[in-house]
Write a protein that binds this ligand. Structure first.
Ligand code: SAM
Ligand code: SF4
Length: 329
């Protein structure tokens, strides 16, 4: 699949649920309205969409949410899709998780063919962790990370930079991650969905953080690319990598190779734009995949050039009304 700007679409992110066992302050309000079950695709329907994308050239699938590991029976989806890994099939099946259920599922994930997982962790301080996630217990997540490493999964830590909250802890988190063989990626807050807080209060440009880090450690530019939006540097002192995802200070859309499926079967061609295609209708209208295939083709043909995110005093509202947990971060 090639979009109107000549980009090859080879990467699908699949949100399997909008629900979550945490309520991160930058992601959701404290009591979000979750979707009725009937609107959510069954695991079999999700598998059908994944298969259709694979036939059209998608090589990598990342399962996300909401919290993907709280969806009942989600391991069966990993096992089915994982069965397509290998020569001529899927190249990679990955997962983004908050880590709360990893201790339970790490081995099964590895058995299903998952090799890399991204775990979101903004702080190791129990009180701050509770304040950011509203409900979470950091010791459970840290045990989950240990279990993932023990199961032989490669773990990358994702950390959202939050002004006045974890900015003093970033170096410590990097050193901690690198000592365990984990890369760490820093993310700027993105203006997605209504939350209970003011985003201008949370937003910390990574350019500021990077300048601070360079006073303490040596950051060397490297070519390392994962096909994602992060730009990587190597920390000379540890040999580990730090990624920077800066949607607000740097536009990464030129090399975008991905589309996102929500748990209701809506396909977003861009994280930061409203246009979307309904795949649930064609999926449920017929058991053969012709309508589904046509809907996918039509959607790719109108993938937009890029997003228009902006956070400043005049733009503190969301750029798009849906939250990251709905679109699948
Ligand atoms: N629940 C899983 C997790 O937390 O990893 C997967 C879904 S979560 C929406 C995916 C990633 O999006 C997490 O790393 C989270 O920190 C990030 N995220 C959520 N809302 C965000 C926002 N408004 N700006 C930037 N990152 C956000
Ligand atoms: Fe849940 Fe992930 Fe959103 Fe936090 S960032 S509320 S863990 S979906």
């Amino acid at each position: 699949m090639i979009d109107p700007y000549g980009r090859h679409i080879t990467y699908l992110r699949v949100s399997v649920t909008d629900r979550c066992d945490f309520r991160c302050v930058y992601c959701m309000s404290e009591s979000p309205e979750f979707l009725p079950k009937a609107d959510v695709l069954t695991l079999e329907e999700i598998e059908r969409v994944c298969a259709a994308f694979m036939r059209k050239g998608v090589e990598r699938i990342r399962v996300t949410g909401g919290e993907p590991l709280v969806r009942r029976n989600v391991m069966s989806l990993f096992e089915r899709v994982g069965g397509w890994l290998g020569a001529g099939g899927l190249k990679e099946l990955t997962l983004t998780t908050n880590g709360s259920q990893l201790a339970r599922f790490a081995r099964t994930l590895r058995g299903a063919g998952v090799r890399r997982v991204n775990v979101s962790l903004d702080t190791r301080d129990p009180e701050k962790f509770r304040a950011i996630t509203r409900w979470g217990d950091v010791s459970v997540v840290l045990r989950g990370i240990d279990a993932a490493l023990e199961a032989g999964l490669q773990v990358k830590i994702n950390t959202v930079a939050l002004k006045g909250v974890n900015e003093d802890e970033i170096l410590d988190l990097i050193l901690w991650a690198h000592a365990r063989g984990m890369d760490l990626t820093l993310i700027e807050t993105m203006p997605m969905g209504g939350i209970d807080a003011d985003r201008t209060e949370q937003y910390l440009p990574l350019s500021v953080l990077r300048a601070r880090l360079t006073q303490r450690i040596h950051l060397e530019n490297v070519d390392y690319q994962t096909g994602g939006p992060a730009r990587y540097v190597r920390v000379a002192e540890t040999g580990g990598r730090v990624g920077f995802i800066t949607p607000l200070t740097h536009n990464f859309c030129e090399s975008c190779n991905r589309v996102r499926l929500t748990c209701t079967g809506t396909l977003y061609m861009c994280l930061g734009q409203e246009d979307a295609a309904d795949l649930r209708g064609p999926l449920r209208a017929s058991s053969d995949d012709e309508m589904l295939d046509d809907a996918i083709e039509a959607a790719i043909a109108r993938k937009p050039k890029g997003h228009d995110f902006m956070i400043d005093r005049r733009h503190s509202g969301p750029a798009v009304p849906r939250t990251m947990s709905m679109t699948g971060g």
